[in-house]
Ligand binder design. Structure first.
Ligand SMILES: [Zn+2]
Length: 66
């Protein structure tokens, strides 16, 4: 069985490239039984989406005039 360290490594790899079928399967299995890694994956996905979202114009504070 895959350990958490391995699972976390695969999760970050998965963000950048498609995993091999066996890795993907092992990771999915690990997330089924491991709450910690399931939560970690949720956070990772959330953070990634947050980073990719373009900033709304309202959120941008113009630099103060010099
Ligand atoms: Zn785990």
């Amino acid at each position: 069985m895959m350990n958490c360290k391995e699972a976390i490594r695969l999760m970050s790899e998965e963000m950048d490239r498609d995993l091999a079928g066996s890795d993907r399967f092992a990771l999915r299995l690990h997330k089924l039984i491991c709450v910690g890694c399931r939560n970690y994956h949720k956070q990772l996905t959330f953070l990634r989406q947050a980073c990719q979202q373009p900033l709304a114009a309202d959120d941008i504070t113009p630099p103060p005039p010099i």
